[in-house]
Design a protein around this ligand. Structure first.
Ligand code: RP5
Length: 166
């Protein structure tokens, strides 16, 4: 896949270390993505234009990460009917609780699927689940990932039980 299916936006360059984790998951899953900085407050026009044009450019799911008074995901949702996943980011005096509330409390009819604070990885897995409805290769990758996770946990469980002589 080369045309980006997922658009990852973040409010500031300071969000990149966390949001890069979403990109990493998408790379592992073989899902093409694009990533940019666009703030609901500092770059409102750019944010609106990006969201309005996303569907026509082939984007199918949007991920938006922002901290503090986090309005990025909600503003994106206001300008597109594509699914929007919000990642509240830990930052400032309230440690991300402010961003969680800002992102999750959308009015009826304007949903943002909100993951946990700094939950960039889960945002990417959820994007993959949404895309898997249409792309069997992404379903296959998700199944492989879940199987590997199960195997690793079973091995750790066995090791722990062995150490106890069980
Ligand atoms: C938000 O404010 C950004 O998403 C970031 O999480 C936070 C702080 O931004 P910077 O001051 O580091 O640019 O808009």
């Amino acid at each position: 896949m080369t045309t980006p299916l997922v658009g990852i936006l973040m409010g500031s360059e300071s969000d990149l270390p966390v949001m890069e984790k979403a990109a990493e998951v998408l790379r592992d899953m073989g899902v093409a993505y694009e990533m940019d900085i666009s703030s609901a407050h500092r770059l409102p026009e750019k944010t609106a234009e990006y969201a309005r044009g996303a569907r026509d450019r082939g984007i199918e799911v949007l991920i938006a990460g922002a901290g503090m008074a986090a309005h990025l995901a909600g503003v994106i949702a206001a300008h597109t009917t594509l699914p929007v996943i919000g990642v509240p980011l830990k930052s400032g005096a309230l440690d991300g609780v402010d961003a969680l509330y800002s992102t999750v409390q959308m009015p009826p009819g304007m949903p943002v699927a909100t993951v946990t604070i700094d939950g960039a990885k889960n945002a990417a897995y959820l994007a993959c689940s949404i895309l898997s409805i249409k792309y069997p290769e992404i379903t296959h990758k998700l199944e492989q990932f879940r199987a590997a996770m199960r195997k690793s946990l079973e091995e750790k469980s066995e090791e722990l039980r062995k150490r106890q002589g069980r």
